[in-house]
Design a protein around this ligand. Structure first.
Ligand SMILES: Cc1ncc(COP(=O)(O)O)c(C=O)c1O
Length: 406
């Protein structure tokens, strides 16, 4: 069968990245990989989940857990989330919350609901690869969102018109972004909100790492800043995407959207059409575990990841040659490294894997225009301190070698 002839145009934009292919090589046991960016499984509250699942199946909740349910999500979990959002400066009710199968599903729905082919999505440059993957299916054009020095609104609008559509949303991770680890300060957040007001954009706030702050003072979420200006979530254009993946478990696939209630109602229709609802059993278990000890779990995760971040930053200081620079994240899972031009991340990865047994993600994939060839993403979340030290020593050796005059 030649599927090519009958595929929809959007399928052409869904390509396996060459990096994914390279990363498949990393299963070899002697390779130290900073490529992943996944939580440390030792931190999963496995015993708490064991108790939660056991309790669910030992009482009247068993039938609820196994039956079809509402598309909005499990009400006690939505209530718990509404209270948590209120504590973050976002007073809201369960009507403002939709449970999704991870925040990844929320990104897909938001692409689907906002983008007509040819519309413009403003994204930070670089940006989360999975967001680009989710939005690509809806055939947008990408333009640069520069929170600290925004271009004029007219400039953005004119470029979007020229491309045959209009700018629809600004997508960003304000805290400890994937891939850079950087945080957008309060003034940057306010500038994006002002730009969105001028251009009549939705603001998609991807808060996947927000709970994982290791130092520095927390900055209110964009949605909280907008509510502070406009009085109520019902007057807001920010769509907050949250996730339990980085705090409790990514495997259970439980995330949420918090936004103005009429947008939530529209997203519920998409959810009905796509998968009816997220697994009730998982939502019930997450609710039980979160209610019993979310803060304690997050505190434990923060302590472990903070130590690894510190270890990685100290090792970079020790082993990197002059000319190499990196971000110093206040949270999250990533450090973003810039190497001197014309070094190229993909070529370096090939040498790193074969000659030095260390791996990372070349940065180019995170740029919609495939620039950023001289950048690399390192994750410190899944390796212990000794491994981080040795892995960064190997990367230092690779870069010393690569920077030697021929
Ligand atoms: C910035 C960002 N957003 C969203 C996601 C998706 O997470 P999930 O669907 O597990 O909530 C990830 C996963 O790595 C991420 O890094």
């Amino acid at each position: 069968m030649n599927w090519q002839d009958i595929l929809a145009r959007r399928a052409g934009r869904m390509k396996a990245s060459e990096i994914r292919e390279l990363l498949k090589l990393l299963d070899q046991p002697d390779i130290i990989s900073f490529a992943g960016g996944i939580p440390d499984p030792a931190l999963f509250p496995a015993d708490d989940f064991k108790t939660a699942f056991h309790d669910i199946f030992s009482g009247p909740d068993a039938t609820t857990a196994l039956q079809y349910s509402v598309s909005e999500g499990y009400l006690p979990l939505r209530r718990w989330l509404a209270a948590r959002m209120a504590a973050l400066g976002v007073p809201c009710g369960p009507e403002n919350i939709l449970i999704t199968s991870g925040s990844q599903q929320a990104l897909d729905y938001l692409g689907k609901i906002f983008l007509t082919p040819g519309d413009t999505a403003l994204v930070t440059w670089p940006t989360y690869l999975g967001a680009l993957g989710a939005f690509n299916a809806y055939e947008p054009r990408y333009d640069r969102l520069l929170p600290r020095a925004n271009r004029s609104a007219e400039d953005i609008a004119a470029a979007a018109r020229e491309a045959g559509g209009r700018a629809k949303f600004a997508y960003l991770s304000a805290d400890f972004a994937n891939p850079t680890g950087e945080t957008i300060d309060r003034a940057g957040r306010e500038a994006v909100l002002a730009l969105a007001d001028t251009l009549d954009l939705a603001v998609i706030e991807d808060a996947a790492y927000q709970d994982l702050r290791y130092d520095g003072e927390a900055i209110p979420p964009m949605l909280a800043l907008e509510i502070a200006r406009k009085g109520s979530i019902e007057a807001c254009r920010t769509v907050y995407c949250g996730s339990f993946s980085k705090t409790l478990s990514p495997g259970l696939r439980v995330g949420w959207v918090c936004a103005e209630s009429s947008l939530i109602s529209r997203l519920v229709l998409l959810k009905q059409a796509a998968d009816l609802h997220s697994a009730t059993l998982n939502q019930m278990a997450v609710h039980r575990v979160a209610e019993a000890g979310f803060e304690a779990q997050v505190t434990r995760a923060r302590a472990a990841y903070r130590a690894r971040r510190d270890r990685m930053l100290a090792a970079l200081e020790r082993h990197m040659p002059a000319g190499v620079s990196w971000t110093e994240p206040e949270g999250g899972m990533f450090v973003w490294v810039t190497v001197p031009e014309p070094l190229d991340g993909a070529a370096l990865l090939a040498r790193a894997v074969s000659g030095h047994k260390v791996a990372f993600v070349p940065g180019r994939a995170f740029f919609p225009d495939a620039t950023g060839g001289n950048t690399l993403r390192l994750s410190f979340s899944a390796a212990d301190g000794e491994t981080i030290e040795e892995g960064i020593r190997r990367m230092g050796a690779l870069l010393h070698e690569a920077l030697q005059p021929a």
